[in-house]
Every structure is written in C-alpha cells, then in structure tokens.
Design a protein around this ligand. Structure first.
Ligand code: GLV
Length: 333
C-alpha cells in the first residue's frame, strides 16, 4: 500500500477513497502545516494531496525523492512549482470542472452584493440604524442592461457570461486565447483589456495566476475603469496590485471591489481593504458548497490514486511526465 500525505481535513468522501487504497497520513490541524511541518509530513510518502496553502517547490520534491504525485485540492495550482515537478518526473494534478458553476455563481453573488450594497445594508440593521424607509438610503448600481467585462474567458469566465444573459448585459471578454465560437454562443465579444476596462460597469477576473497575470490590474488599469465601476476578484489575489486597489477605492477612481481572494491571504482584520465601505472582502470561499467540496475531494483523491498506479489521472496538469519512458515512479531514484 502506498503512503500518502493529506495536508488538511478534506470531506470524508475523498478521505474514504484514500483510506481504502493507501496508508493516510493526515494533517488534522485547523491551520496549514508550516514548511518544516509539511516537510515532516511528506517524509517517506509516495504521494500527497495538497491545498492551495501549501507551497510545493523543487526543494520540497528533492527532499522526498519517493514522492511521485502531487494532487492539489483546487483548480488553481500556482502553489506548486509545476516546471520543477515536471523536471523531476512528478505528476501534478488539479480539480478542474467540478467547481466551475459553483465559482461562477459566487462571482455573481459578490457582484450583486457589491452592486446592491447587501452587506452594508445588513451591517446597518445590525448596528440599530434602521429607523425608517429612505428614498436615498443605500442606493447602489443596476445590473440590468449594464456592461460586464470578463477577464479570463475560460471555463469559469464562460459560466459567468452565461449567467449575464438573464440581466440582458453587454458582455465583453478578454483572454490571451480567443475562442470565437464560444464567445458567439454566449453573446460575448472579445476586446483588448484596456477597452474592456474602459467600457465595463462590472469587471470580473477569472484568470489563473501566472507570471504574466501577476498584478495584471494595477494603478494604470484601475485608472482606465469607470468611476462607478465595480471590480470582482474570485481568481487569485496577486492578479490585482493591492496597494493600487486601496488607493483607487479611497480616492474614488473606481466605485467598489468585491474580493473572494486577496494579496496577502489571509488579509489581517486591520488591513485598509477591510475597513473601506466600498470594499467587500470574504475569505476565499467561491467553491465552498457541500456538494462541490465533496466533488473536489473525490476528484483529488482519484487523481492521486490513479497517478500512483502509474495511470493517467483525469486532472493531470503536466501530462508530458507520463509520455516519458521513465517517470519518477518507474525510475530507480
Ligand atoms: C480555489 O481557489 C481553487 O483554485 O480551486
């Protein structure tokens, strides 16, 4: 039986699969293991089911030459140095597909909550300020007929576009790779990023974090946006320059921001973004429904076990590793 590390408690559906086929070494603390604790947990393991809070570097893999598969419990895998894993013959997996709709739904929840000031309204009631109905109280922005700009038109971005139809929105999309058929089917139009930023009433980010997308939205880009526009980020925090965003929200360069992800993460409660009334910050929870987290757990477990059998996991990120004559699992390292 292989030995696998699981770096946090995941839904039972995934743990059950792993326990049936492997010796499971579970990190059951609420907080992630420190780098030293992670190294100790991985010692002697054949594979690991990791979270986006675990940094998996070339050094991590060099310390544990027996590690053959890293299966990330997330669709994003910027916490894993994939080129380093590939160079070492280590299979890396993620959980695409199973969280697409759930994440798109949540981007809409953020967009609508921010546009219609839902959290401010709830805070107002909790604070005992609700004394009467008010004609000018807590006015927000209309969604119907507005222009939505989707940055990153992949799986999740397209689901967001699908949901915009009900609001009769004009949908603009920006992506490095353009799929005209998909855009046409969803009633979206590809435009350059600057044009999208200049025209959209709502800008929602759905790109993976890569060296190219880090700080994709900085002071210049925020300056191109409409003064009333709302920025939604359910992708990765570092896609936005946090200091530039704080400045833009403070001085009214943009109207608001709704953030599922931040840089840094977690965001301390005394961070300027948390205190701004036009910023809505929640703790990286876009895929957090019972059903979706179960699906992610099952897929991550299946990816790990399939990879350890030397077969091709459904969620493999670096399939080129399997195309080689000798992967780590088959070599004599
Ligand atoms: C969550 O952020 C994920 O990448 O699945």
């Amino acid at each position: 039986m292989p030995t696998v590390a699981v770096t946090r408690v995941i839904p039972e559906a995934g743990l059950d699969l792993l326990r049936a086929a492997a010796e499971v070494r579970l990190w059951d603390e609420d907080l992630p293991p420190s780098p030293e604790q992670l190294a100790a947990l991985l010692r002697g393991c054949d594979g690991a089911l990791t979270l986006l809070t675990d940094a998996i570097t070339g050094e991590t893999l060099d310390r544990e030459p027996g590690l053959k598969v890293i299966s990330n419990f997330a669709v994003g895998y910027d916490n894993v140095d994939v080129p380093a894993a590939t160079a070492r013959g280590v299979v890396v997996c993620n959980t695409p597909g199973v969280l697409t709709e759930t994440t798109a739904d949540f981007a809409w929840a953020l967009l609508m909550a921010s546009a219609r000031r839902v959290v401010e309204g709830a805070d107002y009631v909790r604070a005992g300020k609700w004394r009467t109905w008010g004609p000018t109280l807590l006015r927000g922005r209309d969604l119907t007929g507005a222009t939505l700009g989707i940055v990153g038109f992949g799986r999740i971005g397209r689901e967001v576009a699908k949901r915009a139809r009900g609001f009769e929105m004009t949908v603009l999309a920006f992506d490095e790779y353009e799929d005209e058929t998909a855009a046409r089917e969803l009633g979206a139009r590809y435009v350059p990023l600057d044009e999208l930023l200049g025209q959209a009433d709502f800008v929602t980010l759905h790109v993976a974090l890569t060296p190219e997308t880090e700080k994709l939205i900085g002071a210049r880009e925020l300056g191109l946006m409409k003064r009333e526009a709302i920025l939604v980020n359910a992708a990765r925090g570092p896609v936005v320059d946090t200091d530039a965003l704080v400045a833009a929200l403070r001085d009214g360069t943009i109207g608001g921001a709704a953030l599922d992800v931040t840089d840094p993460e977690p965001l301390p409660a005394d961070h300027p973004l948390v205190g701004l009334s036009n910023a809505l910050v929640v703790p990286h929870m876009a895929s957090a429904t019972h059903a979706t987290r179960d699906r992610m757990a099952v897929l991550a477990a299946e990816n790990l076990l399939t990879g350890l059998r030397g077969e091709r996991p459904a969620g493999i990120v670096n399939p080129e590793v399997l195309d080689r004559s000798s992967t780590r699992g088959q070599s004599d390292r």
